[in-house]
Design a protein around this ligand. Structure first.
Ligand code: ADP
Length: 621
């Protein structure tokens, strides 16, 4: 037997590990299973590509054997194996570049260091969190001699010749005090399912199972071997090999739901970064979609090993309804949440994933409109949130969201609205600020009806906030009809400015309404109604201001609306002809208040409004 010393860096690392800088000791199993899985991958690759290995048997499996009494766990694989040299260099040194640099960054502050270690990844050495002795017996594929490596994880290791009937590696863990909790079959099954369920190879657990002996009325221990993982890693198989049923089954295990998904997008990226993504869109929006405390439905895997779920970094918030998997070849197994936040690999995957999801949705919208409608019925709103937050994908999102409109039943796309634009129509128009029924009857729409111009009905509460920030659809301006300048578009060339003739009435209205209005002017947008209110370009509408106050924004400056009056309306004409008396003053206030009411804005003094209304009624009844 020969004694070898660990490379200095390994000793330093082991010191850190043993002083439990690692927060989850259970990950030792994930690391060892992942090593076995890599070893199986390597051998499979050789048997497929290298003549010298083609004849070798390849029965891939990983076996866990538990001895509860001795408190040992054996992990065996039929993978590539290691010879003496491999064992010495792989399990005695750290070959990775940047090791020195990494170790020099450690500060002695347990919390900071454990993050760094997570980023670096300690792999095999993590076993010394739970073991006071580890034996590795390995035989390299294509060689006859096997070797035993033994260490207590402190000073160094011993190496000696050993026997092993087939190629592969066996790791025997002698649990320490901390590790004793893992000498438990339930615990092991749980950990394997949590982290390694989709490792592509079967993982078997052999343990003493308690079985009821009816004859002797006692339970017997029966040595049992069971497969504990699903061994599917379906997403790593080529699309051509997978059936719809496969995808649906995986969806259920990923989402924990019972229903079938609406659609799925499966992508394998090869190039500077290698990763696989499989995204599902659930048929029904998740129940927590609008909770502040929603749960992310995409899980992160690294090389088929489950790393974490509920990581908000994986996709932008507006895509929180998406379920599925991101499986990267390039992230370290021990990647932590902190690291994910500024990880370049993940940022690249995320950016590409968003593009992929959106472009697939665009395809569906174009080629399967019926399916797309089902999607929109559930997810139009989150897509609109994306318009607000995801500037880079705004153009695509504008194509994807759907709108109510004055021209069609149901919903329409901006592309369709564009195709229906009238000759000479300069912009696409929309109205916001209340329930659909209120918006549809707004006086602001009258001129559009008269000119047969389409207006989008944006009745979601956040529509004004979102769309006031979006000025264009392609080359076309998007304009809110309740903005004062929008009416400029509509002025026909033959329509002279009627403000001049209304001057005396406008002066009277200004005097009466005082500081309740910013301005009073002749309207070009009204047909049937005598009056309406509009806001300045840069200001939130009155309705919006009202909502912002209701949500607790108390310190909003009081922004005043502009009152517009319809020069062609009978009431306006009569008022113009009348002297400024108390009836005219009542009428002035009623013109203003009714305009507010039509916009769904509460009027300041309902009692005064009713009194005026009754005085006017009294004259006409
Ligand atoms: P990593 O897996 O990140 O490279 P580890 O410390 O876990 O780091 O393992 C170091 C090396 O030891 C691996 O790269 C691999 O070459 C070798 N190794 C570990 N476990 C096995 C195994 N079960 N079969 C074959 N080789 C292994």
């Amino acid at each position: 037997m020969s004694k070898r010393e660990f490379q200095t860096e390994v000793s330093q690392l082991l010191q850190l590990i043993i002083h439990s800088l690692y927060s989850h000791p259970e990950i030792f199993l994930r690391e060892l299973v992942s090593n076995s899985s890599d070893a199986l991958d390597k051998l499979r690759h050789l048997t497929l590509t290298d003549e010298a290995y083609k004849a070798l048997p390849f029965n891939p499996r990983i076996d866990l054997e538990l001895d509860e009494e001795k408190k040992t766990l054996t992990i065996s694989d039929t993978g590539i194996g290691m010879n003496e040299e491999d064992l010495t260099s792989n399990l005695g040194t750290i070959a990775r570049s940047g090791t020195k640099n990494f170790l020099s960054q450690l500060s002695g502050d347990a919390k900071k260091d454990s993050n760094l270690i997570g980023q670096f990844g300690v792999g095999f050495y993590s076993v010394f969190m739970v073991a006071d002795k580890v034996e590795v017996v390995s035989r390299k594929a294509g060689e006859d001699q096997a070797w035993r490596w033994v260490s207590d994880g402190k000073t160094g290791f011993d190496i000696e010749p050993a026997e092993r009937s087939v190629a592969g590696t066996t790791v025997v863990i002698h649990f320490n005090y901390e590790g004793a909790q893992y000498a438990n079959s339930w615990r092991l099954q749980e950990i394997v399912r949590k982290y390694s369920n989709h490792i592509a190879f079967p993982i078997f657990l052999t343990y003493d199972k308690s079985e009821w002996n009816e004859a002797e009325k006692k339970s017997d221990k029966v040595r049992t071997t069971e497969q504990v993982n699903a061994a599917s890693a379906l997403w790593r198989r080529p699309k051509s090999e997978l059936t719809d049923e496969d995808y649906k089954e995986l969806y259920k295990s990923v989402s924990g739901g019972w229903d079938d998904p609406l659609f799925w997008f499966h992508t394998k990226a090869e190039g500077s970064l290698e990763y696989t993504t499989l995204f599902y869109v659930p048929a029904k929006a998740p129940l927590d979609l609008y909770n502040a405390e929603y749960k992310v439905g995409v899980k992160l895997y690294v090389k088929r090993v489950f790393i974490m779920d509920d990581a908000k970094e994986l996709l932008p918030q507006y895509l929180r309804f998406v379920r599925g998997i991101i499986d990267s070849e390039d992230l370290p197994l021990n990647v932590s949440r902190e690291i994910l936040q500024q990880n370049k690999v993940l940022t690249t995957i995320r950016t590409a994933s968003v593009k992929k999801i959106l472009s697939e949705l665009k395809n569906i919208a174009a080629n399967k409109p019926e399916e797309y409608l089902k999607f929109i019925a559930e997810y139009n709103r989150p897509l609109k949130e994306g318009l607000y937050g995801d500037y880079a994908n705004r153009e695509t999102l504008l194509e994807l969201v759907r709108f109510k409109s004055t021209k069609v039943e149901g919903l329409t796309s901006l592309a369709d609205v564009k195709s229906r634009m009238k000759e000479g129509q300069k912009s696409i128009y929309y109205i916001t600020g209340g329930a659909e029924s209120l918006l549809r009857t707004s006086p602001l729409l009258e001129i559009y009806k008269k000119k047969d111009v389409e207006v989008l009905i944006l009745d979601d509460d956040f529509d004004e906030v979102i769309f006031s920030g979006i000025e264009k659809y392609g080359e076309i301006d998007l304009k809110a009809v309740n903005k004062s300048s929008t009416s400029e578009d509509l002025k026909g060339e033959d329509e002279a400015d009627k403000s001049e003739s209304l001057k005396p009435l406008i002066a009277m209205l200004k005097k009466t309404l005082g500081d309740r209005v910013k301005d009073v002017r002749a309207s070009v947008r009204l047909a049937d109604s005598p009056s309406c209110i509009v806001s300045d370009e840069e200001e939130p509408s009155l309705k919006m201001q009202q909502m912002m106050r209701a949500m607790g924004q108390k310190d909003l400056p009081a922004l005043k609306p502009t009152l517009e009056i319809n020069p062609d309306h009978e009431i306006v004409k009569k008022l113009l002809a009348r002297s400024d008396d108390s009836v005219a003053q009542d009428a002035a206030w009623l013109l203003f208040d009714q305009a507010l009411l039509m916009e769904g804005v509460t009027i300041q003094d309902p009692a005064a409004f009713v009194q005026r209304l009754n005085r006017v009624l009294n004259l006409s009844v």
